[in-house]
Ligand binder design. Structure first.
Ligand code: ADP
Ligand code: MG
Length: 139
């Protein structure tokens, strides 16, 4: 284990339903530190670029449209084992399969509109953080 940074996003569904506060409360209660945060309304091109790894999946177009439907809240989180710990707080991709007490179980409405994003590995975390934040924006 080591101190890591990860990219978290409160997705447009959770921003629109007023869940920024409860989700950030869980991040802080878990002892993860927020190093950067900014509301962002993604363009179609920005959403497509962020999810380029899923380009061949049947849900890619719909996912990109969902991510542009309103503002989202990207954040950089830091802490011991932050990548896995944030994913544990998020829960499984499909809220129907997410464990009780996880963010997706409580706040997500579908496998697509699933409230939050989290990087899945150190290399993707590094790429995703620089997709949204430059060095001067990470405190
Ligand atoms: P995770 O966000 O848990 O890492 P993935 O990287 O597999 O999940 O997928 C990225 C995002 O694509 C998911 O968070 C979700 O918004 C969407 N997604 C994944 N699978 C599906 C699906 N079968 N149908 C619709 N949207 C999906
Ligand atoms: Mg993923």
């Amino acid at each position: 284990m080591s101190v890591q940074r990860t990219l978290a996003i409160i997705k447009p569904d959770a921003v629109a339903s007023g869940k920024i506060g409860p989700i950030i409360a869980r991040i802080e209660a878990a002892g993860l530190t927020i190093l950067a945060a900014r509301l962002a309304r993604l363009s179609a091109e920005q959403a497509a670029g962020f999810y380029i790894v899923h380009k061949a999946r049947p849900f890619y177009g719909s996912l990109c449209a969902f991510m542009t439907q309103g503002p989202c809240l990207p954040m950089v989180l830091e802490g011991e084992d932050a990548i896995q710990r944030w994913r544990d707080l998020m829960g499984a991709t499909d809220p129907a399969k997410a464990a009780a007490g996880t963010i997706r179980k409580e706040f997500a409405s579908s496998i697509e509109a699933n409230a939050v994003h989290g990087s899945d590995a150190p290399a993707t975390a590094a790429t995703e953080i620089t997709y949204f934040f430059n060095a001067l924006e990470i405190h």
